[in-house]
Write a new protein. Structure first.
Length: 258
């Protein structure tokens, strides 16, 4: 009898978010699921880890027939603790999300959802982060469930390198307008940010981050283009940040004294 794949589920919106429940429902038929997720929202934490403070794990019974734990730390802490203290062997796959809000283009740098998946990939576990271009708590996640099931099924059926990492973003469109999944690249896009200066009731200044998203990329093979045109975007991601073209140029043009 073939052994069931072990699937680790995590997120950054917290264990009570609708997105993680939908993700669990999508992947539960595909293997044995273990959930380790933050006990409160951790959006925008990036690849932060907890140092100098104790971490706590608590087992919870909120998903029918699924082992689940809350962690007091960051999404990356969740993956680290799952691997070291909860799972008895390396999982076959880590799925993170479904995030409320897109993590396309430069957002991957800030995303706790993608950082959790990246941490698993660093540990040699093929991983994927799912995000939905809709910030509403009550959003219809039907298309998201379909995408998560399809991508997870393909990942489990395909021999993938151990450090495989996918960034999957799902458009906010009606089912009749949804056009399927496209393999894309990360767009050259960024946030143009400002800090809105305000004053509290005592007259002291404080600052609130605001910004506008700017797409600087006209390509039709990007994650931003795909989302704008009704497609789910799937970007294969690597965590080696070496700029190999610049490395070669510097090796050819620069010299240093021994």
């Amino acid at each position: 009898m073939k052994k069931q794949p072990l699937i680790l589920v995590t997120n950054d919106d917290g264990i009570t978010s609708p997105g993680i429940r939908t993700l669990i429902e999508a992947v539960k038929p595909l293997g044995k699921v273990v959930v380790v997720a933050p006990d409160s929202p951790q959006s925008g934490k990036g690849h932060a880890i907890t140092l100098g403070f104790p971490l706590r794990l608590s087992e919870v019974n909120i998903f029918d027939g699924v082992e689940a734990w809350t962690c007091s730390g960051t999404p990356v802490d969740c993956v680290k603790l799952a691997r070291d203290k909860i799972l008895d062997h390396v999982p076959d796959l880590c799925v993170s999300g479904i995030n409320h809000g897109a993590n396309h283009s430069i957002n991957i740098i800030y995303s706790g959802t993608m950082s959790a998946a990246m941490e698993a990939a660093i540990e040699g576990i093929p991983s994927v982060g799912f995000s939905y271009l809709n910030y509403s708590y009550d959003a219809d996640l039907s298309i998201c469930k379909q995408v998560a099931e399809e991508v997870t099924r393909k990942m489990l059926a395909t021999p993938l390198p151990p450090h495989t990492l996918f960034n999957v973003n799902i458009p906010d469109v009606e089912a009749s307008q949804y056009r399927g999944i496209r393999i894309t690249r990360q767009a050259n896009a960024k946030w143009v940010e400002e800090f809105d200066e305000r004053r509290d009731p005592t007259g002291k200044k404080y600052y609130w981050l605001t910004g506008e998203f700017k797409n600087l990329d006209a390509g039709e093979d990007t994650d931003v283009w795909a989302l704008d045109n009704g497609y789910t975007s799937l970007v294969p991601v690597q965590f080696d940040l070496t700029d190999f073209r610049l490395k070669k140029k510097l090796e050819d043009e620069w010299s240093f004294q021994a």
